[in-house]
Write a protein that binds this ligand. Structure first.
Ligand SMILES: [Zn+2]
Length: 476
């Protein structure tokens, strides 16, 4: 029956593709580099959207929508920005059967078109701050693609804000970074490191880029979200000005920030195993599946009835489904729901019925517990929360065990080959050293922590003075 999933030990990359295809989260599309997100994958994206959207709104942001097409000239207004995106742009030259007077870019990100509108809308300090978010698709013509992690078209949210001062923009960028960090840990059960990107790794046109960095099971880092303080770069390029209280005109200070469907890939890579994907209860599209087990017809009617009643009781409090299919065996059902990542399975067979209980099995570790049928609801909620907490704890232990100090360049090189993971190491701050380390080891500086990393040392590569360590890792 089930197709074979390549074990992680054998080939992590093939395992990743296998579990996504076989759990039916996504499929390859007829257009190279694009993917079709199937209902299971899309339900996860919707859960991510729902949670993040609530947090954005709690912090004063509003959703809006800007067009997919951007006039080509807009991209040329910010020099670094166009240089950063030029190689991966999709360009529309014809529309309605005619060649267009000006080519249109399919948005790779929306800064340029949003700033053109901000310039129209913002006049006075009273109009600020502007706090906007957009849920949209974007296109970046990637040469090497992977389901969810890097696709030519992907879904994301992009926040764009305008402020009266640099301090306010900085506060906004850091507020969002914290929202991303907490979401990753509290909902995705994926602990992350946060910090600022080096100059060479920051967003094209930004003053500072902050990121959250997670560690996948193959010990490679994954950048899971970014928040940029754009300074006045885009405001100047698009003439976004406001009149101050004193009547003078100033450019606004702005930020942009985003997470994408890449987070779905992160969930798969962080929690999946050789049996399939595994989702944390808070985001799992289906949290509980009830599987009745019977042999005789007499058993069947009583057990199916108990399963249905339980589903009825749980509905409303959690996302639950009862699997009454006759044509497949209980074992087959167990495999299927494990493959699809349902965090909790409730089994009920003749012996359970006799004892007036369900056998609860956690997807995380297949740990079994008996749960009384009376007051089932009161038991399932805490069980789901316990799974959520245990998944985060497992992630924390993994991150801790795979974060090491590299005291010398040799130690870093050896560590990258032997264990992988994050390495705390000293770097002098020069772009030249950073580039050479990247060329020689394929590891990049994932981020410079904002605190807790001050100490005197010497740069791994040049032995120059360094006052703080940074995180190095190979990454996706
Ligand atoms: Zn150096």
């Amino acid at each position: 029956m089930a197709k074979v999933i390549t074990p992680r030990q054998e080939d992590y990359s093939r395992w990743y593709t296998d579990v996504i295809i076989q759990s039916q989260m996504a499929d390859y599309s007829p257009v190279k580099g694009c993917m079709v997100i199937r209902p299971l994958g899309y339900a996860l994206w919707e859960a991510i959207q729902r949670e993040l959207d609530a947090r954005f709104k709690e912090t004063g942001h509003e959703n809006a929508y800007f067009p997919l097409f951007i006039p080509e000239s807009f991209l040329h207004k910010e020099a670094e920005h166009v240089a950063g995106f030029a190689p991966e742009l999709a360009v529309v030259t014809h529309g309605g059967g005619k060649e267009l007077e000006e080519a249109l870019i399919v948005r790779p990100t929306s800064e340029t078109i949003i700033y053109a509108m901000f310039a129209k809308w913002i006049r006075s300090y009273r109009d600020l701050p502007v706090l906007i978010n957009q849920w949209a698709n974007v296109v970046r013509w990637e040469m090497r693609t992977r389901l969810f992690l890097r696709t030519t078209e992907f879904l994301w949210q992009e926040g764009h804000t305008a402020h009266v001062s640099e301090a306010e923009a900085e506060e906004e960028a850091l507020t969002i970074l914290e929202i991303y960090r907490r979401f990753a840990e509290e909902h995705m059960a994926i602990p992350v490191y946060t910090g600022v990107k080096t100059e060479s790794e920051r967003f094209a046109g930004a003053l500072r880029t902050y990121s959250i960095e997670a560690l996948m099971q193959d010990k490679k880092a994954l950048q899971a979200g970014t928040s940029h303080n754009l300074g006045q770069n885009f405001a100047k390029a698009f003439e976004v000005k406001y009149q101050t209280k004193d009547g003078t005109w100033e450019h606004v200070w702005s930020t942009s920030w985003g997470v994408s469907t890449r987070l779905v890939g992160a969930l798969v890579m962080a929690h999946g195993d050789d049996n399939g994907v595994s989702f944390p209860p808070r985001l799992a599209p289906l949290q509980v599946v009830i599987v009745p087990i019977w042999k005789t017809d007499e058993e069947k009617s009583r057990i199916a009835e108990a399963a249905r009643l339980a589903a009825e009781e749980l509905k409303g409090a959690c996302r639950v489904k009862v699997d009454l299919r006759d044509e497949v065996s209980p074992g087959w059902k167990f495999n299927e729901w494990e493959l699809k990542g349902v965090p909790l399975r409730l089994e009920i067979g003749p012996r359970d019925l006799e004892k007036n209980q369900f056998t609860a099995v956690r997807r995380l570790d297949r740990r079994k517990t008996a749960v009384p049928r009376d007051g089932l609801l009161a038991h399932v909620g805490p069980l789901l929360e316990e799974i959520q907490a245990d998944m985060l704890e497992k992630g924390r232990a993994f991150l801790r065990e795979n974060t090491r100090d590299a005291k010398s360049y040799d130690e870093l090189k050896r560590g990258l080959e032997e264990t992988g993971g994050f390495f705390r190491a000293h770097w002098c701050g020069s772009a030249d050293c950073e580039k050479r380390i990247k060329d020689e080891t394929k590891a990049t500086i994932r981020c410079i922590p904002l605190e807790g990393n001050r100490e005197d040392g010497t740069c791994l590569r040049c032995n120059g003075a360094s006052r703080r360590w940074v995180y190095f890792a190979r990454s996706y």
